[in-house]
Design a binder for this molecule. Structure first.
Ligand SMILES: [Zn+2]
Length: 68
């Protein structure tokens, strides 16, 4: 047991868990709606996020009105 064994030090724990010290983790860019990692976030006309390429689907306008 050396004096360097401090197993519960939060920096050590974070390094072992993520490979990075706290605050140095690569930022995860995720959809604000569904939380998935995504390529594109879509905004409405007031620039509020409405979804992303993962959780949004496009629909033919005719189908939107005419499908049950
Ligand atoms: Zn999404």
């Amino acid at each position: 047991m050396s004096r360097w064994d401090v197993p519960d030090h939060p920096v050590i724990v974070a390094c072992e868990r993520t490979g990075y010290p706290p605050g140095m983790e690569p930022k995860a860019y995720t959809c604000p709606i569904c939380g998935e990692e995504c390529e594109t976030v879509y905004l409405n006309f007031v620039r509020e996020p409405v979804g992303c390429d993962v959780c949004l689907t496009a629909k033919d306008v005719y189908d939107y009105y005419e499908e049950e």
